[in-house]
Design a protein around this ligand. Structure first.
Ligand SMILES: NC(=O)c1ccc[n+]([C@@H]2O[C@H](COP(=O)([O-])OP(=O)(O)OC[C@H]3O[C@@H](n4cnc5c(N)ncnc54)[C@H](OP(=O)(O)O)[C@@H]3O)[C@@H](O)[C@H]2O)c1
Length: 300
């Protein structure tokens, strides 16, 4: 791993996707650093950002708005919600960053194999575009976010939780750890022109039955995980109001879990932050109230 030298000036850091899960945690984490933060958003305000955050409105349909927003910016964090507009929007943002003279981009990507599955193929396309630019960058490739389990809150509380992941294992990562690594990569003043990728995971892989056992002990009643076929699970998802694209994304994720494709453990979070990555157990413990009465973010 690289050493991370202190920054010497007060750089301007733009955060695209600042109102999202990773972006909001990142803005909070950077608040005490000697940097000027600009939150880029399609909206002029957000309750997810600290009061007083400098929010600059952007419009992906107007590339000039991206260039204006990035002028004078030294480093860019680039995250984008899962959407079929993601590739076009991220490429537009990268092009604007290059044109604006940004020196380093930290791009939120995803860990996983080359595949046709969304969003992995989208990230491959954006990464390929980034690779063609003469710009420093850090690609963050986290495994699956642990808050995908927020989707299980209502089904668990109703006793209908299930899926097609079987006893396959996945190493889930806490989005706060992704944000912590993003902050370190953005503040790295020593290797601004470096082009690198970090593979980020939690401390160990778990299976859905492991999670069911953990939930059972936290809610003091048996929590079942129903093993379904992909067809059965798709029907359940659609019947519960999940859209077609998200249902397919979730089935793709379950397949990846079943096959242990994201079961790898890396020590990158610990090496960069100097402390252990947060565990799935900790996330379940912190969020257990939602598994009793349903609530929570449903972003993929
Ligand atoms: N979920 C996982 O398990 C996982 C694992 C690895 C990697 N990832 C990657 O992480 C990224 C998502 O990060 P996140 O969870 O922090 O983001 P998020 O909360 O889903 O969304 C981030 C922000 O993207 C902005 N955005 C701009 N255009 C958008 C559009 N057309 N549709 C949706 N959002 C749009 C929105 O901000 P404004 O509304 O303010 O403009 C939104 O708040 C994705 O690229 C995903 O592939 C996810």
């Amino acid at each position: 791993m690289s050493s991370h030298g202190p920054i010497t000036a007060r750089p301007r850091i733009a955060v695209a996707g600042a109102t999202g899960r990773v972006g909001a945690a990142l803005v909070g984490g950077l608040a005490y650093d000697a940097v000027d933060i600009v939150a880029l958003s399609r909206r002029g305000s957000s309750s997810r950002l600290p009061v007083g955050t400098n929010i600059v409105e952007i419009d992906f349909d107007r590339p000039a708005s991206l260039l204006d927003a990035l002028t004078g910016t030294e480093r860019l964090f680039l995250a984008h919600g899962t959407s079929d507009q993601q590739v076009g929007n991220e490429i537009a943002m990268i092009d604007a960053a290059v044109a604006a003279g940004v020196s380093h981009i930290v791009k939120l990507s995803a860990m996983g194999p080359p595949t046709r599955l969304h969003p992995f193929d989208w990230h491959m396309r954006v990464e390929a575009h980034l690779a063609e630019q003469a710009i420093g960058y850090t690609v963050l490739r986290p495994s699956c976010f642990v808050d995908v389990l927020a989707r299980a809150k209502e089904p668990v509380s109703k006793g209908t939780w299930g899926g097609t992941a079987g006893a396959g294992r996945v190493n889930l990562i806490d989005t706060r750890d992704v944000a912590d690594v993003a902050r370190i990569a953005l503040l790295d003043g020593q290797f601004l022109t470096s082009q690198r990728a970090y593979h980020l995971t939690g401390p160990k892989a778990v299976s859905m039955p492991d999670i069911a056992d953990e939930l059972s002990s936290l809610v003091h009643r048996p929590v079942p995980y129903a093993h379904r076929t992909p067809e059965e699970h798709r029907d359940v998802l659609i019947a519960s109001g999940t859209g077609e694209m998200v249902a397919d994304l979730l089935l793709g994720l379950d397949r990846i879990f079943l096959e242990g494709v994201l079961a790898e453990t890396t020590t990158t979070v610990a090496e960069l932050t100097g402390r252990e990555a947060r565990s799935t157990s900790r996330w379940l413990h912190d969020n257990i109230s939602g598994f009793v009465s349903s609530s929570g973010s449903l972003a993929v």
